[in-house]
Each structure stands twice: as C-alpha cells, then as structure tokens.
Design a protein around this ligand. Sequence first.
Ligand code: RTP
Ligand code: MG
Length: 141
Amino acid sequence: MAIERTLSIIKPDAVAKNVIGQIVSRFEAAGLKVAAARMVQLSRLEAEQFYAVHKERPFFKDLVDFMISGPVFVQVLEGENAILKNRELMGATDPKKAAAGTIRADFADSIDANAVHGSDATETAAVEVAFFFPALDVYSR
Ligand code: RTP
Ligand code: MG
C-alpha cells in the first residue's frame, strides 16, 4: 500500500473545545504520523480560496464564516492509505450520520461545525498540503 500525505484541519469548533490533542491522538493511534502542523487564523480570502470548489453551493458563505470564526489547527498526516484512513476516522460530514467512534460523532455539533476537514483524493491532498505548507516544512519520519 502506498504511503500518502493528506491535509487535516481541526476546525474552529474543535479548537475552541480544547480537543486538539484528543483528535491528534486518534490519528496517531491509527498509525498516521504528523508530518507538519501549525495554528492558523484564516482570512476570508484564504478560506474562500481553500473551499473554492464549493463556491457555487448554497452553504458556501456559512462555511467560510465558520472557518474564519477562530483559529484552526492544520496538519499534514502521513502514512499508508492516509487519505482514506483520515476520512474514515473523521466520519460522515453530518455528525448525525457519522458512525459511532468517529471524530465527528464524538466532537462535532452540526454539519457546519463538524470538527475536522480532510482531503478527499490524491490530487486535492497535494493541492491542500501545498496551500498551507512549503515542501521543506513537511517531514517524513
Ligand atoms: P470537509 O471538506 O470539510 O472535509 O468536509 P466533507 O468533505 O465531509 O464535506 P464537503 O462536501 O467537502 O463540504 C465541505 C464542508 O461544507 C459544509 N457543508 N455544509 N449545509 C450543508 O448541506 C453542507 N454541506 C457541506 C460542511 O461543514 C463540510 O464539512
Ligand atoms: Mg470536502
């Protein structure tokens, strides 16, 4: 199985709940390694750029407003099958539909305040990692 990198964001709701460590622990327990990490307060323009794929969707403004409502914790996770593994650990977008034991089932409040973001495919992972981290700041170990 291929070693992949994926972008994870711990969203403002989970940062405000002080559960960064609990969420990172789940990634580590599943065999993913933190290859880069930092706290960021996104500007409106940055959030709009990051979620540009959704710009025509009815929830776009709410999504951007939420993502700039406080600092986020961005990480690169690395490991076997990291993109899908992260998505499985996150659970469904709507926490009401997220499987028991997933991050969203345990920490998310709503489809808007849903605790985490994770890249959804190889190409988007590469773009999203580069959006936040220069290549030299990402460490395989
Ligand atoms: P993310 O991109 O944040 O990892 O979430 P996702 O792949 O599970 O969901 P996606 O379809 O990419 O949507 C991005 C974020 O937009 C919000 N959303 N709201 N009200 C709605 O119907 C709705 N649909 C999506 C969610 O916060 C979702 O995480
Ligand atoms: Mg998505």
